[in-house]
Design a binder for this molecule. Structure first.
Ligand code: CA
Length: 223
């Protein structure tokens, strides 16, 4: 199970990482809000532990942006002790559970396992948008009308998933490029165009519209 731990307190996150790994999670750590937003958006985590007090961008903003982008990943927030309003705001922003600091790691692990059981139980099935069905486990996409199914490379999959989570929105090249490059790779918009064109060849040109100087729109067809 892949887990994203968002916590700016290095002592706490070092300790939690070890304990969560011992409990069987594959743990990535983000120490600020901007990294957390990016990683939660681009990597397929099964569950996220999100501290609310973060440098740069507050945890609640990060959570709101994930939910606005259609990201359904289960999120457990870490709140300050006795800050009941943080819990209310957290649930309103789309949190699934909370734990107040300080806490016992055993309780965190029990709550995460409970969240994971619930998210498997309500298993949302393939993402269906604009006549396409995306199977996130198999990383394949199927054209609903014909039943034709395509295997996707990792990059094609991440780009298509992002497009399908934001149908009808103008998506800038910068935003889309973030989905196909890792942190180190140099960003070259020609590479993005190559991947957009690969998706168009598989699924039809009309699926992704170019907006000159603005970016791309998925799923609305020709204007
Ligand atoms: Ca903090």
């Amino acid at each position: 199970m892949r887990l994203l731990l968002v916590e700016d307190d290095a002592l706490l996150s070092d300790r939690l990482r070890v304990e969560l790994e011992q409990a069987g999670f594959a743990v990535d750590v983000a120490a600020n809000g901007a990294d957390a937003e990016f990683m939660g958006e681009s990597e397929p985590y099964h569950v996220i532990v999100l501290d609310l007090g973060l440098p740069g961008r507050p945890g609640l903003d990060v959570l709101r942006r994930w939910r606005a982008g259609g990201n359904p990943v289960p999120v457990l927030i870490l709140t300050a002790r006795d800050a009941w309003h943080e819990k209310v705001d957290g649930f309103k922003a789309g949190a699934d559970d909370y734990l107040s600091k300080p806490f016992h790691t055993a309780e965190l692990i029990a709550r995460l396992q409970s969240l994971l059981r619930r998210s498997v139980a309500r298993s949302h099935g393939p993402l269906r948008v604009a006549g396409l069905e995306l199977d996130e486990d198999a990383q394949t996409a199927r054209i609903s009308a014909t039943g034709e199914t395509f295997e996707l490379t990792g990059t094609e999959f991440r780009l298509l998933r992002y497009l399908m989570r934001h149908p009808g929105q103008v998506l800038s090249k910068t935003r889309l490029a973030e989905q196909i490059y890792d942190f180190e790779t140099e960003r070259d918009s020609n590479v993005l165009e190559v991947y957009i064109n690969r998706l168009r060849r598989k699924f039809g040109r009309e699926l992704i519209t170019t907006r000159r100087g603005q970016g791309y729109v998925f799923g609305t067809g020709p204007a």
